[in-house]
Write a protein that binds this ligand. Structure first.
Ligand code: HMG
Ligand code: MG
Length: 304
């Protein structure tokens, strides 16, 4: 990745679809994954090995992965899925994944609602996950949710966010994605947190930004993070998304909107905007609802 390029982690198939009221059939997920790959997506989070009664939209993760593995198309795409504990990790290994993501948060009430344990207990659950990862040569990404605010507790301590980021990296995460789970962050908060992460001597090459667009501040937050040195951002095609255990959380920042902003700034994303917009229109028709991305709503006119 050059100094004027970023990497986008496409999370629409997981973060996006996990919050949809309608459970999207596996065949449609395959169609979406193929279109995303054709648009240049190289890192794709495709599901979660969690309780099906908690997040039914992700119950077909193993089946979905099996379908993707049937073609050679996805050989060059880094596929990943969420894994909360040892059981989930065994399922990810059985499904043949070479990358997984563990997830915890900066507030206990959110983790209790989301994964039924405290933050401290989540780290206990991660221990066997990292052992298995090492043994099976699986890369582990980390998510730290509620980094800018919690739906149950309100403000969170920046120090706790930095401490937990350092702890996830020490445990073996190759990258930690800092989550604005409920889309409350504003650029001054992003600046303050990124500066504190830097001051702790944590390499920004190991930090990603995961911004939800609940209050329309996600692009401003991403640009702020970029100017301070972050080069990896999570986004969802169309701006699909949310978190079923974060009341009021709406979609992730839309992939098309991130790509439009950076490409026009001459920062390379490796993604093809027109293909993303076409994919949005295909998915909107398939799901029979419009998706929030501003860029896709504006359409492909005047792109170049
Ligand atoms: P638990 O109930 O605490 O687990 O669930 P347990 O160990 O007490 O076991 C209870 C039962 O669950 C047992 O089954 C286990 O086998 C089963 P029983 O014996 O009663 O039949 N179980 C599992 N089943 C399937 N997969 C597993 C698993 N583990 C145990 N991995 C658990 C803990 C985390 C599994 C549960 O609370 C859960 O599934 N929660 C859903 C979490 C989730 O997917 N949340 C949304 C994603 S996070 C997010 O969106 C934020 C993010 O985008 C970043 C941001 O925006 O900030 C990443
Ligand atoms: Mg999220």
């Amino acid at each position: 990745m050059g100094s004027r390029s970023i990497r986008i982690v496409e999370v629409g198939l997981r973060d996006g679809l996990q919050n949809e009221k309608q459970v999207v059939p596996t065949a449609i997920k395959v169609g979406l994954a193929q279109r995303l790959k054709n648009a240049g997506v190289k890192t794709l989070e495709i599901g979660a090995f969690v309780r099906a009664d908690k997040v039914p939209q992700m119950a077909d993760t193993k089946l979905f992965l099996g379908e993707l593995s049937k073609t050679k198309d996805f050989k060059l795409v880094q596929l990943s899925a969420l894994v909360p504990n040892e059981k989930g990790m065994h399922e990810a290994i059985a499904a043949g994944l070479k990358e997984v993501a563990v997830f915890t948060a900066a507030s206990d009430s959110f983790t209790r609602n989301n994964i039924n344990c405290t933050v401290e207990e989540s780290f206990v659950r991660f221990e066997p996950v990292f052992k298995l990862a090492k043994k099976n040569k699986i890369k582990v990404r980390g998510y730290l949710s509620t980094a800018f605010g919690c739906p149950y507790e309100g403000s969170v301590s920046e120090k706790r966010v930095v401490d937990l980021t350092a702890r996830l990296l020490k445990l073996g995460c190759y990258e930690v994605s800092i989550g604005d789970t409920i889309g409350v962050a504003v650029p001054s908060q992003v600046e303050s947190l990124v500066k504190k992460i830097k001051a702790r001597k944590i390499s920004l090459a190991k930090i990603a930004g995961h911004f939800h667009d609940t209050r329309g501040t996600s692009l401003a937050n991403i640009l702020t993070a970029y100017r301070l040195g972050l080069r990896v951002f999570d986004s969802s095609l169309g701006g699909l998304g949310g978190c079923p255990y974060a009341p009021g959380a709406s979609g992730n920042v839309a992939t098309e909107d991130v790509v439009y902003m950076f490409e026009k700034m001459n920062v390379k994303t490796g993604l093809h905007l027109k293909s993303l917009i076409d994919t949005n229109h295909w998915l909107s028709q398939t799901m029979k609802r419009s998706l929030p991305s501003k860029v896709s709503q504006a359409g492909s006119l005047l792109l170049s």
